[in-house]
Design a protein around this ligand. Structure first.
Ligand SMILES: [Zn+2]
Length: 580
C-alpha cells in the first residue's frame, strides 16, 4: 500500500494555499468524518484558509471492492488525485481532496482489469461535487435560468459555469408515472400565434406530468396510448383534444373546463356590448343638449370653434383667462379697500412698481409691443420678384434700399412661405392660437373594456359600488343588454350554485335569441353538451393547469425564450415534483 502524502505532517502545504492562516485540528473538535457517513471515509486533516476550507479524506479500508463483479482486492495498481467541491460553510468554500487507489481486479472472469475506489455515498462516480452540493445546484438551476443560477452559486462559494448547471439539470431522470387517472390539459404558446405546445397536469396530485411539443390530436393520442390508466380528462373547448380522446376508443370522461366556459360567456357579453356601443352612448347622453363649447373636446376642433365664436365672446373668454387683467382687477379691488402699495405687492406676490403703475391707471391699457416691420408694403413686390427667379437675399438688399426697416432673419422668416417645400428650408410652424381650456360637462363615456369588467363582476354576483350599479342600471334599460346579462347571470348560477338550474332549460330559454354572439355560444355548447354537463357534475377544473401555464410563461421569459421543449419540461415537471 502506498503511503498517503497527506498523512505526513511535515509535508509541504499545497501551492494553492498561500493565505493559510491557521491549521488546526478541526477534525477532532467537529468530528468532520460524521459529515461523510455512511461511507468508509475519514477526514484526516483540515486546512482553513482565508476563503476556503480544505479537507483531506481517505478510506479506512485496506482493500477495494470491484464495482463490476463484487470481488475484494488488496492489490494496488496506482493512485491519483480527485478534487471535489462540497457545500460552503461559514462563508468559505469547502474543497475535498481525495486520493483514490486503483486496484487490480483479481477475478479472472471479471470484464475489467482494474477499478478505482469511490469516496463513499456522498459523491457519484466521475463527479466533481458532492451529492448535496449537486442538489443545491439543480435546485437553483430549476428555479432560475442557468446564467442566474451560476452567478448565485459563484457568489455562494460553489464556482461553476452555466453549462454545468444545464448539464446537471439534464442529468436528472424524470420519474415515469403510469398510474395517473385524472388529468387536465391545455395549450400554451411557444410564440403567440405561431407555434403552440400542450401541458398535462395530474389533477390528483397537482403536479405537471408532461409537456407536448404541439397541440395536435396525434401527439395527444400517442400520449394517451402510453398512459392507459387515464379515465378523466379536463380540457378547454378545443376539438383537437376531444377528437384524440374519441379516437383512443377508451371510455374517458371528458370535462369541459368551467373556467373556460364562463370566460367564453363573458367574452360573448363583451363582444355584444362592443357591437352595440352606440346604444350605450345614446342611453348615457339622452336628454343632454350639447352646447357649442361642449363640442370643443379635441384641441383641433376647439380651434375651429374659437374662430366661429363671435368677437365679443372671444374677448370675454380672453378676459377671463388673461392673468394680466385678473391681476389688474385684483390690484384695483385692494386699492379700493385701502391697502398700501407694499401690502398689495406682498399679498399678490408681484413687484411694487407694477402695483404703483396699476394704481395710476383707470383702465388697463393694451400691452406695449415692439413696432412691426411694414411687410405689407413690400409683400406684392417681394412675391413678384421671387416668382421671377430672384433670390430672397437679393430681394432683401433691394427693399432695404427702398426703405424696409427690418433685419435679415425676420425677413427670411416672414417670406419662408414662398420657398415652402424646397429642400433645406424649414416649413412654416403653425401659428399658436390661445386655447381655451376645454370644458365638457357631459356624462363621460366608459370604454368597452371597463364596462365588460364591471358587467363581469355583476354576472359573478360580486359587490358593486355605486357608480358600477348605476352603469348596470343604465345598460339594463337597453333590451339586448337585459337579455344577454340575464342569460350570462343564470349561466353562471348553473355552475356555481348547487341548485342553480338545469343547463338544458337554460339552452331552451335562450336558443331562439336574436343576438348572434349568444346564439353561436349556445350552438357551441350543444355540440359539446356531454363535456359541459360533466363540467357541472364533476369538481375538476382546469384552474391549476392555467396556473401552470402562467408559471411556464415566466420560466420561458426568465430564459429569454431560449429554452427548448426538453428543458422547459424538466424545469416544470421536476420543479413541481421537488418543491411541492
Ligand atoms: Zn471485477
Amino acid at each position: 500500500m502506498l503511503k498517503d502524502p497527506n498523512c505526513n505532517k511535515n509535508n509541504t502545504i499545497d501551492a494553492h494555499c498561500h493565505h493559510i492562516s491557521a491549521i488546526n485540528e478541526a477534525n477532532s473538535s467537529l468530528n468532520l468524518s460524521s459529515f461523510y457517513l455512511p461511507s468508509d471515509m475519514v477526514v484526516e486533516s483540515a486546512v482553513i484558509g482565508n476563503n476556503k476550507i480544505e479537507l483531506y479524506i481517505k478510506s479506512v479500508l485496506d482493500y477495494g471492492i470491484c464495482p463490476y463483479c463484487g470481488h475484494i482486492s488488496e492489490k494496488i495498481h496506482s493512485q491519483y488525485q480527485r478534487v471535489i467541491t462540497d457545500l460552503p460553510v461559514l462563508g468559505k468554500r469547502v474543497v475535498i481532496h481525495f486520493r483514490p487507489r486503483k486496484f487490480f481486479c483479481q477475478n479472472d472472469f471479471c470484464s475489467k482489469k482494474t477499478f478505482a475506489e469511490q469516496p463513499g455515498n456522498e459523491v457519484f462516480r466521475y463527479r466533481r461535487r458532492t451529492r448535496r452540493c449537486e442538489q443545491v445546484v439543480t435546485h437553483h438551476g430549476l428555479m432560475s435560468s442557468s446564467n442566474d443560477a451560476s452567478s448565485l452559486l459563484n457568489g455562494m462559494g460553489i464556482p461553476l459555469c452555466n453549462t454545468t448547471v444545464l448539464r446537471d439539470i439534464h442529468r436528472i431522470r424524470i420519474p415515469e408515472n403510469k398510474e395517473i387517472t385524472n388529468i387536465g390539459i391545455d395549450d400554451w404558446a411557444f410564440r403567440k400565434g405561431i407555434n403552440y405546445g400542450s401541458i398535462i397536469v395530474n389533477l390528483g396530485t397537482g403536479h405537471v406530468i408532461d409537456l407536448l411539443g404541439d397541440r395536435e390530436r396525434d401527439s395527444f393520442s400517442k400520449w394517451l396510448e402510453c398512459h392507459q390508466q387515464v379515465s378523466l380528462v379536463s380540457r378547454d373547448r378545443s376539438t383537437e383534444y376531444s377528437t384524440a380522446i374519441a379516437l383512443s376508443g377508451k371510455r374517458i370522461i371528458e370535462v369541459a373546463d368551467r373556467f373556460h366556459l364562463i370566460k367564453n360567456m363573458s367574452d360573448c357579453v363583451t363582444k355584444t356590448i362592443s357591437e352595440n356601443y352606440s346604444d350605450y352612448r345614446n342611453a348615457v347622453r339622452s336628454g343632454n343638449e350639447i352646447t357649442p363649447e361642449e363640442k370643443c373636446i379635441q384641441p383641433d376642433i376647439q380651434e375651429i370653434c374659437n374662430d366661429k365664436l363671435s368677437g365679443d365672446k372671444k374677448q370675454e373668454v380672453n378676459n377671463n383667462t388673461d392673468s394680466r387683467t385678473i391681476m389688474f382687477n385684483e390690484v384695483k379691488e385692494l386699492q379700493d379697500k385701502g391697502f398700501s402699495i407694499g401690502a398689495i405687492a406682498k399679498k399678490l406676490k408681484i413687484a411694487r412698481q407694477t402695483v404703483r403703475k396699476y394704481r395710476n391707471y383707470t383702465s388697463l391699457p393694451p400691452r406695449k409691443s415692439s413696432p412691426r416691420n411694414e411687410y405689407f408694403k413690400f409683400d406684392s413686390y417681394v412675391e413678384s420678384e421671387y416668382s421671377n427667379g430672384k433670390s430672397l437675399v437679393n430681394i432683401f438688399h433691394e427693399i432695404k434700399n427702398l426703405g424696409f426697416k427690418g433685419s435679415k432673419t425676420p425677413f427670411h422668416d416672414h417670406y419662408r412661405y414662398l420657398s415652402k417645400g424646397r429642400k433645406g428650408r424649414r416649413t412654416d410652424r403653425p401659428k399658436s392660437i390661445k386655447k381655451i381650456k376645454p370644458q365638457d360637462n357631459r356624462e363621460p363615456l366608459i370604454p368597452v373594456k371597463t364596462i365588460s369588467s364591471i358587467v363581469d363582476k355583476g354576472i359573478r354576483m360580486k359587490e358593486l359600488d355605486e357608480k358600477e350599479d348605476i352603469l348596470i342600471q343604465t345598460l339594463i334599460s337597453i333590451p339586448w343588454f337585459k337579455e344577454i346579462y340575464n342569460a350570462a347571470t343564470s349561466f353562471y348560477k348553473i355552475f356555481k350554485e348547487p341548485n342553480g338550474g338545469q343547463l338544458a332549460e337554460w339552452i331552451n330559454e335562450y336558443r331562439d335569441t336574436e343576438l348572434a354572439k349568444l346564439k353561436t355560444f349556445i350552438t357551441g355548447i350543444i355540440l359539446d353538451m356531454k363535456a359541459v354537463e360533466n363540467g357541472i357534475k364533476y369538481p375538476f377544473s382546469n384552474g391549476i393547469v392555467e396556473g401552470f401555464v402562467n408559471k411556464l410563461k415566466t420560466i420561458k421569459r426568465m430564459m429569454y425564450g431560449k429554452a427548448k421543449l426538453m428543458l422547459l419540461k424538466r424545469k416544470l415537471v421536476l420543479g413541481t415534483l421537488l418543491f411541492n
